[in-house]
Write a protein that binds this ligand. Structure first.
Ligand SMILES: [Zn+2]
Length: 154
């Protein structure tokens, strides 16, 4: 376990017994500043598809980890998540030129390839194991560059 205190967040690396590997979390200082008592808890839910699990960290004022707890058997209510209703669709083909000119990164390209109108933004984030914050940024950027459009289904 290691804690690196950066400007806006602490980068905490620890071993997840369920993933059987080290994971790195970025814990914003905002959580600490909002805490009403110490240690405060921070829950990180991750894992693919049917193996969703969570690690709870108990952090003190100095962002040091005082305890951890693994939680399995997690079910989340996804019906209210906007990203489950957003279906991005790729427009046309991306020319090799656009890629070589750096208009689109490899990661963006891979995500764009998954935008078939049948996978929601949420499903893509799960499949690629990236956060909703990041996937939204990428999808919005690709939309701004007219690589895709987004259908909203209510
Ligand atoms: Zn894990």
């Amino acid at each position: 376990m290691s804690v690196r205190k950066l400007e806006d967040y602490a980068e905490i690396s620890l071993f997840c017994p369920e993933c059987r590997k080290n994971i790195t979390l970025k814990v914003s200082y905002e959580h600490r500043d909002r805490a009403e008592r110490f240690p405060f808890e921070y829950l990180y839910v991750h894992g693919e598809g049917g193996n969703k699990h969570a690690i709870t960290l108990y952090l003190d004022k100095d962002m040091q980890v005082r305890g951890t707890e693994l939680m399995r058997n997690i079910e989340t209510d996804e019906s209210d998540i906007q990203e489950t209703k957003m279906f991005p669709i790729k427009k046309g083909k991306v020319s090799p030129m656009a890629r070589s000119l750096g208009m689109i990164s490899q990661k963006e390209f891979e995500i764009l390839e998954m935008c078939n109108g049948k996978s929601s933004v949420y499903a893509i984030s799960q499949e690629k194991n990236i956060s909703l914050v990041e996937i939204n940024k990428i999808v919005q950027k690709l939309k701004d560059k007219s690589f895709l459009e987004i259908n909203i289904e209510e």
